[in-house]
Design a binder for this molecule. Sequence first.
Ligand code: GDG
Length: 485
Amino acid sequence: MDMENLTSRGGTSRIIVVSNRIGPVEEGKSAPGGLAVGVYEILRSMGGIWFGWSGTVADQSSVTPNMTKDGNITYATIDLGRKDYAEFYAGFSNSTLWPLLHFRTGLLDFERQCLEGYLRVNDLFAEHLIKLIRPNDIIWVHDYHLIPLAAALRRKGAKNRIGFFLHTPLPPRAVLQTLPDHGRLLRTLAAYDLIGFQTEDDATHFNDYMRLELGATAAGATLLLDRRQFRAGTYPIGIDPAGFARTADVASGQSATRRLKRSLGDRKLAIGVDRLDYSKGLPLRMKAIDRLFSAHSNWRDRVTFLQIATISRSDVRQYRDLREELDAAAGHINGRYAEADWTPVRYVNRNVNRNTLAGYFRCAHVGLVTPLRDGMNLVAKEYVAAQDPEDPGVLILSPFAGAAHELDAALQVNPFDVDAMVEALTQALVMPLAERRRRWRSMMTALQKQTVRHWATSFIDNLTATRTEVRRVALAHVSDDLTVA
Ligand code: GDG
Protein backbone atom coordinates (compact mmCIF):
# COMPACT_ATOMS: atom_id res chain seq x y z
CA MET A 1 0.00 0.00 0.00
CA ASP A 2 1.25 3.46 -0.79
CA MET A 3 -0.20 6.80 -1.62
CA GLU A 4 -0.43 5.87 -5.33
CA ASN A 5 -2.60 2.87 -4.50
CA LEU A 6 -4.89 4.94 -2.39
CA THR A 7 -5.16 7.60 -5.04
CA SER A 8 -5.94 5.07 -7.72
CA ARG A 9 -8.93 3.91 -5.70
CA GLY A 10 -10.65 7.06 -6.83
CA GLY A 11 -10.26 10.48 -5.30
CA THR A 12 -7.25 11.91 -3.59
CA SER A 13 -7.12 10.02 -0.30
CA ARG A 14 -4.33 11.06 1.97
CA ILE A 15 -3.42 9.32 5.21
CA ILE A 16 -3.68 11.58 8.22
CA VAL A 17 -2.10 10.04 11.30
CA VAL A 18 -3.02 11.58 14.63
CA SER A 19 -1.21 10.75 17.84
CA ASN A 20 -0.41 12.63 20.99
CA ARG A 21 3.35 12.71 20.42
CA ILE A 22 4.85 12.65 16.99
CA GLY A 23 8.17 11.11 15.99
CA PRO A 24 10.98 10.78 15.41
CA VAL A 25 11.87 11.81 18.91
CA GLU A 26 15.19 13.61 18.96
CA GLU A 27 18.08 12.10 20.77
CA GLY A 28 18.60 13.44 24.26
CA LYS A 29 14.90 14.26 24.58
CA SER A 30 12.37 12.12 26.42
CA ALA A 31 12.07 8.38 25.78
CA PRO A 32 10.90 7.39 22.33
CA GLY A 33 7.82 5.24 22.78
CA GLY A 34 6.83 2.26 20.68
CA LEU A 35 4.06 4.21 18.98
CA ALA A 36 6.42 6.80 17.54
CA VAL A 37 8.82 4.10 16.36
CA GLY A 38 6.06 2.11 14.60
CA VAL A 39 4.18 5.02 13.03
CA TYR A 40 7.32 6.80 11.85
CA GLU A 41 8.47 3.63 10.12
CA ILE A 42 5.18 3.57 8.18
CA LEU A 43 4.75 7.23 7.28
CA ARG A 44 8.30 7.34 5.99
CA SER A 45 7.35 4.81 3.32
CA MET A 46 3.70 5.71 2.70
CA GLY A 47 3.80 9.46 3.08
CA GLY A 48 1.05 11.52 4.69
CA ILE A 49 0.32 14.05 7.39
CA TRP A 50 1.18 13.48 11.03
CA PHE A 51 -0.74 15.64 13.44
CA GLY A 52 -0.01 15.84 17.17
CA TRP A 53 1.48 17.66 20.11
CA SER A 54 4.89 19.21 19.50
CA GLY A 55 6.15 18.15 22.94
CA THR A 56 6.37 21.81 23.97
CA VAL A 57 4.43 23.14 26.96
CA ALA A 58 3.64 26.83 26.48
CA ASP A 59 1.59 29.40 28.39
CA GLN A 60 -1.38 28.75 26.09
CA SER A 61 -2.20 25.97 23.60
CA SER A 62 -1.49 26.88 19.95
CA VAL A 63 -4.05 28.73 17.87
CA THR A 64 -2.73 27.32 14.57
CA PRO A 65 -0.61 24.24 13.93
CA ASN A 66 3.01 24.57 12.93
CA MET A 67 3.50 22.85 9.56
CA THR A 68 6.82 21.38 8.46
CA LYS A 69 7.69 18.95 5.71
CA ASP A 70 10.36 16.29 5.86
CA GLY A 71 10.49 14.05 2.76
CA ASN A 72 7.00 12.75 2.19
CA ILE A 73 5.81 13.40 5.76
CA THR A 74 4.12 16.69 6.63
CA TYR A 75 4.16 17.36 10.34
CA ALA A 76 1.40 19.49 11.81
CA THR A 77 2.06 20.15 15.47
CA ILE A 78 0.57 22.21 18.25
CA ASP A 79 1.98 23.29 21.61
CA LEU A 80 -0.06 22.53 24.71
CA GLY A 81 -0.80 25.16 27.35
CA ARG A 82 0.27 24.41 30.93
CA LYS A 83 -3.26 23.66 32.15
CA ASP A 84 -4.04 21.47 29.14
CA TYR A 85 -0.78 19.58 29.60
CA ALA A 86 -1.37 19.02 33.32
CA GLU A 87 -4.99 17.87 32.98
CA PHE A 88 -4.95 16.07 29.63
CA TYR A 89 -1.46 14.55 29.53
CA ALA A 90 -0.04 14.17 33.03
CA GLY A 91 -3.54 13.94 34.53
CA PHE A 92 -6.24 11.91 32.82
CA SER A 93 -4.06 10.20 30.14
CA ASN A 94 -1.17 9.12 32.30
CA SER A 95 -2.48 9.08 35.88
CA THR A 96 -5.92 7.62 35.13
CA LEU A 97 -6.09 5.82 31.78
CA TRP A 98 -2.58 4.35 31.69
CA PRO A 99 -2.86 2.50 35.04
CA LEU A 100 -6.46 1.48 34.23
CA LEU A 101 -5.50 0.01 30.85
CA HIS A 102 -2.59 -1.87 32.47
CA PHE A 103 -4.88 -3.50 35.07
CA ARG A 104 -3.42 -1.35 37.89
CA THR A 105 -6.57 -0.01 39.51
CA GLY A 106 -4.65 0.56 42.76
CA LEU A 107 -2.52 3.20 41.04
CA LEU A 108 -5.44 4.99 39.41
CA ASP A 109 -5.70 8.72 40.22
CA PHE A 110 -8.94 10.26 39.03
CA GLU A 111 -9.95 13.93 39.08
CA ARG A 112 -13.08 15.17 37.33
CA GLN A 113 -11.24 18.31 36.33
CA CYS A 114 -8.64 16.22 34.50
CA LEU A 115 -11.35 14.32 32.62
CA GLU A 116 -12.80 17.67 31.52
CA GLY A 117 -9.30 18.78 30.46
CA TYR A 118 -8.91 15.54 28.49
CA LEU A 119 -12.19 16.11 26.64
CA ARG A 120 -11.23 19.76 26.07
CA VAL A 121 -7.88 18.88 24.46
CA ASN A 122 -9.57 16.27 22.26
CA ASP A 123 -11.95 19.03 21.11
CA LEU A 124 -8.95 21.25 20.46
CA PHE A 125 -7.30 18.55 18.33
CA ALA A 126 -10.56 18.19 16.40
CA GLU A 127 -10.82 21.95 15.88
CA HIS A 128 -7.36 22.01 14.27
CA LEU A 129 -7.87 18.81 12.31
CA ILE A 130 -11.19 19.74 10.77
CA LYS A 131 -9.45 22.61 9.01
CA LEU A 132 -6.73 20.30 7.66
CA ILE A 133 -8.74 17.40 6.33
CA ARG A 134 -10.34 16.86 2.92
CA PRO A 135 -13.42 14.69 2.35
CA ASN A 136 -11.51 11.67 1.00
CA ASP A 137 -8.78 11.63 3.61
CA ILE A 138 -8.39 8.55 5.76
CA ILE A 139 -7.77 9.42 9.38
CA TRP A 140 -5.87 7.04 11.64
CA VAL A 141 -5.94 7.99 15.32
CA HIS A 142 -3.54 6.40 17.81
CA ASP A 143 -3.79 5.50 21.42
CA TYR A 144 -5.52 6.19 24.69
CA HIS A 145 -4.93 9.94 24.73
CA LEU A 146 -7.39 10.35 21.87
CA ILE A 147 -10.33 8.01 22.56
CA PRO A 148 -13.02 10.72 22.04
CA LEU A 149 -11.37 12.37 19.02
CA ALA A 150 -13.60 10.82 16.35
CA ALA A 151 -16.73 11.81 18.28
CA ALA A 152 -15.40 15.39 18.47
CA LEU A 153 -14.65 15.34 14.73
CA ARG A 154 -18.10 13.95 13.88
CA ARG A 155 -19.73 16.74 15.91
CA LYS A 156 -17.85 19.15 13.67
CA GLY A 157 -19.23 17.40 10.57
CA ALA A 158 -16.37 15.04 9.57
CA LYS A 159 -17.71 12.21 7.39
CA ASN A 160 -14.29 10.65 6.73
CA ARG A 161 -13.30 7.11 7.47
CA ILE A 162 -11.71 7.27 10.90
CA GLY A 163 -9.83 4.41 12.51
CA PHE A 164 -8.41 4.02 16.02
CA PHE A 165 -5.57 1.82 17.21
CA LEU A 166 -5.00 1.15 20.89
CA HIS A 167 -1.32 0.48 21.61
CA THR A 168 -1.97 -0.61 25.21
CA PRO A 169 -3.94 -3.61 26.42
CA LEU A 170 -7.69 -3.25 26.95
CA PRO A 171 -8.63 -4.86 30.29
CA PRO A 172 -11.85 -6.78 30.92
CA ARG A 173 -15.14 -5.09 31.73
CA ALA A 174 -14.79 -5.49 35.52
CA VAL A 175 -11.57 -3.43 35.42
CA LEU A 176 -12.98 -0.81 33.02
CA GLN A 177 -15.90 -0.32 35.39
CA THR A 178 -13.58 1.17 38.02
CA LEU A 179 -13.16 4.28 35.89
CA PRO A 180 -15.71 6.86 37.07
CA ASP A 181 -18.13 7.66 34.27
CA HIS A 182 -16.57 4.94 32.08
CA GLY A 183 -19.60 4.62 29.80
CA ARG A 184 -19.47 8.29 28.82
CA LEU A 185 -15.91 7.93 27.59
CA LEU A 186 -15.97 4.47 26.08
CA ARG A 187 -19.17 4.91 24.07
CA THR A 188 -17.41 7.65 22.09
CA LEU A 189 -15.41 4.83 20.45
CA ALA A 190 -18.55 4.09 18.40
CA ALA A 191 -17.74 7.22 16.36
CA TYR A 192 -14.81 5.35 14.72
CA ASP A 193 -15.30 3.04 11.74
CA LEU A 194 -12.60 0.56 12.76
CA ILE A 195 -11.00 -0.01 16.15
CA GLY A 196 -7.78 -2.03 16.24
CA PHE A 197 -6.22 -3.92 19.15
CA GLN A 198 -2.91 -5.68 19.70
CA THR A 199 -4.34 -9.08 20.69
CA GLU A 200 -7.48 -11.20 20.46
CA ASP A 201 -7.96 -10.85 24.21
CA ASP A 202 -8.11 -7.06 23.94
CA ALA A 203 -10.64 -7.25 21.10
CA THR A 204 -12.75 -9.73 23.08
CA HIS A 205 -12.73 -7.44 26.12
CA PHE A 206 -13.88 -4.61 23.89
CA ASN A 207 -16.71 -6.59 22.34
CA ASP A 208 -17.88 -7.80 25.76
CA TYR A 209 -17.82 -4.28 27.19
CA MET A 210 -19.69 -2.78 24.26
CA ARG A 211 -22.38 -5.47 24.28
CA LEU A 212 -22.83 -6.18 27.98
CA GLU A 213 -22.19 -2.72 29.40
CA LEU A 214 -23.43 -0.36 26.71
CA GLY A 215 -26.00 -2.58 25.00
CA ALA A 216 -24.34 -2.66 21.56
CA THR A 217 -25.64 -5.35 19.24
CA ALA A 218 -23.55 -7.43 16.88
CA ALA A 219 -24.32 -8.12 13.23
CA GLY A 220 -21.59 -10.43 11.98
CA ALA A 221 -18.31 -8.68 12.80
CA THR A 222 -20.07 -5.30 12.96
CA LEU A 223 -21.19 -3.65 16.18
CA LEU A 224 -24.17 -1.34 16.32
CA LEU A 225 -24.50 1.34 18.99
CA ASP A 226 -26.13 4.77 19.11
CA ARG A 227 -27.21 4.42 15.46
CA ARG A 228 -23.60 3.93 14.40
CA GLN A 229 -21.90 0.87 12.99
CA PHE A 230 -18.27 0.04 13.56
CA ARG A 231 -15.87 -2.86 13.58
CA ALA A 232 -13.16 -4.09 15.92
CA GLY A 233 -10.20 -6.22 14.92
CA THR A 234 -6.79 -7.52 15.96
CA TYR A 235 -3.69 -5.96 14.37
CA PRO A 236 -0.53 -6.94 16.28
CA ILE A 237 2.10 -4.26 15.68
CA GLY A 238 5.42 -5.49 14.32
CA ILE A 239 8.86 -4.17 13.43
CA ASP A 240 10.99 -4.21 10.28
CA PRO A 241 12.95 -7.37 11.23
CA ALA A 242 15.22 -7.42 8.18
CA GLY A 243 16.07 -3.72 8.53
CA PHE A 244 16.72 -4.01 12.26
CA ALA A 245 18.90 -7.09 11.71
CA ARG A 246 21.04 -5.12 9.22
CA THR A 247 21.30 -2.19 11.63
CA ALA A 248 22.40 -4.53 14.42
CA ASP A 249 24.93 -6.28 12.20
CA VAL A 250 26.54 -2.99 11.15
CA ALA A 251 26.39 -1.53 14.67
CA SER A 252 28.07 -4.58 16.19
CA GLY A 253 31.28 -3.61 14.37
CA GLN A 254 31.12 0.02 15.46
CA SER A 255 32.86 1.62 18.36
CA ALA A 256 30.01 1.80 20.90
CA THR A 257 29.37 -1.97 20.74
CA ARG A 258 33.07 -2.79 20.54
CA ARG A 259 33.68 -0.74 23.68
CA LEU A 260 30.86 -2.52 25.48
CA LYS A 261 32.23 -5.94 24.48
CA ARG A 262 35.74 -4.99 25.56
CA SER A 263 34.47 -3.83 28.95
CA LEU A 264 32.73 -7.17 29.54
CA GLY A 265 35.83 -9.31 29.05
CA ASP A 266 34.73 -12.97 29.17
CA ARG A 267 31.54 -12.22 31.05
CA LYS A 268 28.08 -12.77 29.60
CA LEU A 269 25.73 -9.88 29.08
CA ALA A 270 22.03 -9.78 30.00
CA ILE A 271 20.17 -6.71 28.76
CA GLY A 272 16.89 -4.92 29.52
CA VAL A 273 15.66 -1.86 27.60
CA ASP A 274 12.47 -0.16 28.74
CA ARG A 275 10.89 3.21 29.25
CA LEU A 276 11.05 3.75 33.00
CA ASP A 277 7.44 2.69 33.57
CA TYR A 278 5.78 0.60 36.29
CA SER A 279 4.13 -1.60 33.64
CA LYS A 280 7.56 -2.94 32.65
CA GLY A 281 8.19 -4.94 35.83
CA LEU A 282 11.59 -3.42 36.59
CA PRO A 283 11.69 -3.74 40.41
CA LEU A 284 10.89 -7.47 40.21
CA ARG A 285 13.49 -7.89 37.47
CA MET A 286 16.09 -6.27 39.74
CA LYS A 287 14.99 -8.62 42.51
CA ALA A 288 15.60 -11.58 40.18
CA ILE A 289 19.11 -10.29 39.38
CA ASP A 290 19.78 -9.87 43.09
CA ARG A 291 18.58 -13.42 43.78
CA LEU A 292 20.64 -14.83 40.91
CA PHE A 293 23.80 -13.58 42.61
CA SER A 294 22.70 -14.55 46.12
CA ALA A 295 21.32 -18.03 45.34
CA HIS A 296 23.79 -18.92 42.56
CA SER A 297 27.04 -17.37 43.69
CA ASN A 298 28.86 -19.20 40.85
CA TRP A 299 27.38 -16.61 38.47
CA ARG A 300 29.02 -13.71 40.31
CA ASP A 301 31.66 -12.04 38.18
CA ARG A 302 30.46 -14.08 35.17
CA VAL A 303 27.41 -12.04 34.14
CA THR A 304 26.76 -8.33 33.80
CA PHE A 305 23.25 -6.96 33.65
CA LEU A 306 22.80 -3.80 31.57
CA GLN A 307 19.47 -2.07 32.16
CA ILE A 308 18.69 0.92 29.97
CA ALA A 309 15.67 2.67 31.47
CA THR A 310 14.98 5.97 29.79
CA ILE A 311 13.21 8.50 31.99
CA SER A 312 9.56 8.85 31.07
CA ARG A 313 6.61 10.94 32.38
CA SER A 314 8.70 12.30 35.22
CA ASP A 315 6.02 14.81 36.20
CA VAL A 316 3.73 11.98 37.29
CA ARG A 317 4.26 10.97 40.94
CA GLN A 318 4.22 7.19 40.38
CA TYR A 319 7.07 7.53 37.87
CA ARG A 320 9.20 9.57 40.26
CA ASP A 321 8.60 6.98 43.00
CA LEU A 322 9.59 4.18 40.64
CA ARG A 323 12.79 5.97 39.70
CA GLU A 324 13.80 6.25 43.34
CA GLU A 325 13.00 2.60 43.93
CA LEU A 326 15.17 1.51 41.00
CA ASP A 327 18.07 3.78 41.92
CA ALA A 328 18.04 2.14 45.33
CA ALA A 329 17.73 -1.42 43.94
CA ALA A 330 20.63 -1.01 41.49
CA GLY A 331 22.77 0.61 44.19
CA HIS A 332 21.93 -2.16 46.63
CA ILE A 333 22.89 -4.98 44.24
CA ASN A 334 26.14 -3.28 43.26
CA GLY A 335 27.00 -2.48 46.87
CA ARG A 336 26.44 -6.09 47.84
CA TYR A 337 28.16 -8.02 45.03
CA ALA A 338 30.51 -5.70 43.10
CA GLU A 339 34.24 -6.37 42.89
CA ALA A 340 36.89 -3.79 42.14
CA ASP A 341 36.78 -4.86 38.47
CA TRP A 342 33.14 -6.04 38.13
CA THR A 343 29.88 -4.12 38.45
CA PRO A 344 26.93 -6.54 38.40
CA VAL A 345 24.33 -3.97 37.29
CA ARG A 346 24.98 -1.15 34.85
CA TYR A 347 21.95 1.06 35.17
CA VAL A 348 21.55 3.76 32.49
CA ASN A 349 18.80 6.41 32.50
CA ARG A 350 20.03 8.13 29.34
CA ASN A 351 18.29 7.76 25.99
CA VAL A 352 20.62 5.65 23.81
CA ASN A 353 20.96 6.07 20.03
CA ARG A 354 18.84 3.53 18.12
CA ASN A 355 21.76 2.03 16.16
CA THR A 356 23.81 1.67 19.31
CA LEU A 357 20.87 -0.06 20.97
CA ALA A 358 20.70 -2.54 18.09
CA GLY A 359 24.42 -3.32 18.52
CA TYR A 360 23.97 -3.81 22.28
CA PHE A 361 21.08 -6.22 21.66
CA ARG A 362 23.24 -8.25 19.30
CA CYS A 363 26.01 -8.78 21.79
CA ALA A 364 23.67 -9.62 24.70
CA HIS A 365 23.43 -13.34 25.53
CA VAL A 366 20.11 -12.82 27.27
CA GLY A 367 17.30 -10.30 26.63
CA LEU A 368 15.05 -9.72 29.63
CA VAL A 369 11.56 -8.50 28.74
CA THR A 370 9.41 -9.02 31.81
CA PRO A 371 6.51 -6.53 31.86
CA LEU A 372 3.64 -7.06 34.27
CA ARG A 373 1.34 -6.02 31.42
CA ASP A 374 2.20 -4.65 27.98
CA GLY A 375 0.20 -3.99 24.81
CA MET A 376 2.81 -5.61 22.55
CA ASN A 377 6.42 -4.78 23.54
CA LEU A 378 8.59 -3.95 20.58
CA VAL A 379 11.81 -4.41 22.54
CA ALA A 380 11.17 -8.18 22.61
CA LYS A 381 10.85 -8.18 18.82
CA GLU A 382 13.89 -5.94 18.32
CA TYR A 383 16.03 -8.13 20.57
CA VAL A 384 15.18 -11.20 18.46
CA ALA A 385 15.72 -9.42 15.13
CA ALA A 386 19.12 -8.12 16.26
CA GLN A 387 20.61 -11.56 17.01
CA ASP A 388 23.43 -13.20 15.09
CA PRO A 389 21.71 -16.17 13.35
CA GLU A 390 24.80 -18.32 13.91
CA ASP A 391 25.01 -17.60 17.63
CA PRO A 392 21.73 -16.09 18.85
CA GLY A 393 20.99 -14.97 22.40
CA VAL A 394 17.99 -16.09 24.46
CA LEU A 395 14.84 -14.03 25.00
CA ILE A 396 13.18 -14.28 28.42
CA LEU A 397 9.65 -13.01 27.97
CA SER A 398 6.63 -12.34 30.15
CA PRO A 399 3.39 -13.99 29.00
CA PHE A 400 1.68 -10.69 29.85
CA ALA A 401 3.26 -8.88 26.89
CA GLY A 402 1.19 -8.94 23.69
CA ALA A 403 4.36 -10.17 21.93
CA ALA A 404 4.16 -13.47 23.86
CA HIS A 405 1.43 -14.71 21.49
CA GLU A 406 3.76 -14.59 18.49
CA LEU A 407 7.03 -15.27 20.35
CA ASP A 408 6.01 -18.55 21.91
CA ALA A 409 9.51 -19.94 21.36
CA ALA A 410 10.93 -17.50 23.92
CA LEU A 411 11.60 -18.69 27.47
CA GLN A 412 8.32 -17.50 28.91
CA VAL A 413 8.21 -16.74 32.60
CA ASN A 414 5.70 -15.21 35.00
CA PRO A 415 7.33 -11.94 36.14
CA PHE A 416 5.57 -12.10 39.53
CA ASP A 417 7.52 -15.28 40.29
CA VAL A 418 11.05 -14.12 41.10
CA ASP A 419 12.37 -17.67 41.55
CA ALA A 420 11.01 -18.64 38.14
CA MET A 421 12.85 -15.65 36.63
CA VAL A 422 16.08 -16.79 38.30
CA GLU A 423 15.59 -20.30 36.90
CA ALA A 424 14.95 -18.89 33.42
CA LEU A 425 18.12 -16.79 33.70
CA THR A 426 20.30 -19.73 34.63
CA GLN A 427 18.70 -21.83 31.88
CA ALA A 428 19.30 -19.06 29.33
CA LEU A 429 22.92 -18.58 30.37
CA VAL A 430 23.79 -22.23 29.69
CA MET A 431 21.40 -22.97 26.82
CA PRO A 432 23.08 -25.11 24.12
CA LEU A 433 23.63 -23.53 20.70
CA ALA A 434 21.27 -25.93 18.89
CA GLU A 435 18.36 -24.98 21.16
CA ARG A 436 19.14 -21.27 20.89
CA ARG A 437 19.14 -21.52 17.11
CA ARG A 438 15.90 -23.51 17.01
CA ARG A 439 14.07 -21.03 19.26
CA TRP A 440 15.48 -18.03 17.41
CA ARG A 441 14.50 -19.35 13.96
CA SER A 442 10.96 -19.96 15.11
CA MET A 443 10.70 -16.42 16.57
CA MET A 444 12.27 -14.78 13.53
CA THR A 445 9.75 -16.55 11.27
CA ALA A 446 6.95 -15.13 13.42
CA LEU A 447 8.41 -11.61 13.13
CA GLN A 448 8.66 -11.87 9.36
CA LYS A 449 4.97 -12.82 9.13
CA GLN A 450 3.78 -9.77 11.02
CA THR A 451 5.96 -6.80 10.12
CA VAL A 452 5.17 -3.18 10.92
CA ARG A 453 4.33 -2.71 7.26
CA HIS A 454 1.86 -5.56 7.37
CA TRP A 455 0.33 -4.07 10.52
CA ALA A 456 -0.24 -0.70 8.89
CA THR A 457 -1.37 -1.90 5.47
CA SER A 458 -3.87 -4.40 6.86
CA PHE A 459 -5.31 -1.75 9.17
CA ILE A 460 -5.56 0.89 6.43
CA ASP A 461 -6.93 -1.64 3.92
CA ASN A 462 -9.60 -2.77 6.37
CA LEU A 463 -10.43 0.81 7.29
CA THR A 464 -10.73 1.70 3.63
CA ALA A 465 -13.05 -1.26 3.10
CA THR A 466 -15.20 -0.70 6.20
CA ARG A 467 -17.91 1.47 4.73
CA THR A 468 -18.65 -0.84 1.85
CA GLU A 469 -18.42 -3.92 4.03
CA VAL A 470 -20.49 -2.41 6.85
CA ARG A 471 -23.17 -1.33 4.39
CA ARG A 472 -23.34 -4.86 2.96
CA VAL A 473 -23.66 -6.43 6.42
CA ALA A 474 -26.17 -3.80 7.47
CA LEU A 475 -28.36 -4.54 4.48
CA ALA A 476 -28.24 -8.23 5.20
CA HIS A 477 -28.83 -8.07 8.96
CA VAL A 478 -30.58 -4.96 10.11
CA SER A 479 -33.31 -2.53 9.22
CA ASP A 480 -32.29 0.36 7.01
CA ASP A 481 -33.16 2.69 9.83
CA LEU A 482 -29.48 2.47 10.92
CA THR A 483 -27.18 5.15 9.67
CA VAL A 484 -24.01 4.41 7.78
CA ALA A 485 -22.35 7.72 8.51
C1 GDG B 1 3.69 1.33 23.61
C2 GDG B 1 3.04 0.15 24.34
C3 GDG B 1 3.53 -1.30 22.37
C4 GDG B 1 13.47 2.39 24.39
N1 GDG B 1 14.51 2.98 25.02
C5 GDG B 1 15.23 3.57 24.06
C6 GDG B 1 14.61 3.33 22.82
N2 GDG B 1 13.53 2.61 23.07
C7 GDG B 1 12.60 2.15 22.00
C8 GDG B 1 12.61 0.65 21.90
C9 GDG B 1 11.25 0.40 21.26
C10 GDG B 1 10.40 1.53 21.86
O1 GDG B 1 11.28 2.54 22.32
C11 GDG B 1 9.60 1.05 23.06
O2 GDG B 1 8.51 0.31 22.60
P1 GDG B 1 7.75 -0.75 23.49
O3 GDG B 1 6.80 -1.46 22.61
O4 GDG B 1 8.76 -1.69 24.08
O5 GDG B 1 7.07 0.01 24.69
P2 GDG B 1 6.18 1.40 24.89
O6 GDG B 1 7.02 2.60 24.74
O7 GDG B 1 5.52 1.22 26.21
O8 GDG B 1 5.11 1.38 23.70
C12 GDG B 1 3.66 -1.16 23.88
C13 GDG B 1 4.03 -0.05 21.66
O9 GDG B 1 3.41 1.14 22.19
C14 GDG B 1 3.75 -0.11 20.16
O10 GDG B 1 2.41 -0.36 19.90
O11 GDG B 1 4.33 -2.38 21.94
O12 GDG B 1 3.01 -2.25 24.51
O13 GDG B 1 3.16 0.29 25.76
O14 GDG B 1 11.29 0.60 19.87
O15 GDG B 1 13.70 0.23 21.14
N3 GDG B 1 15.08 3.77 21.66
C15 GDG B 1 16.23 4.50 21.68
N4 GDG B 1 16.87 4.79 22.84
C16 GDG B 1 16.43 4.33 24.04
O16 GDG B 1 17.04 4.60 25.09
N5 GDG B 1 16.72 4.97 20.53
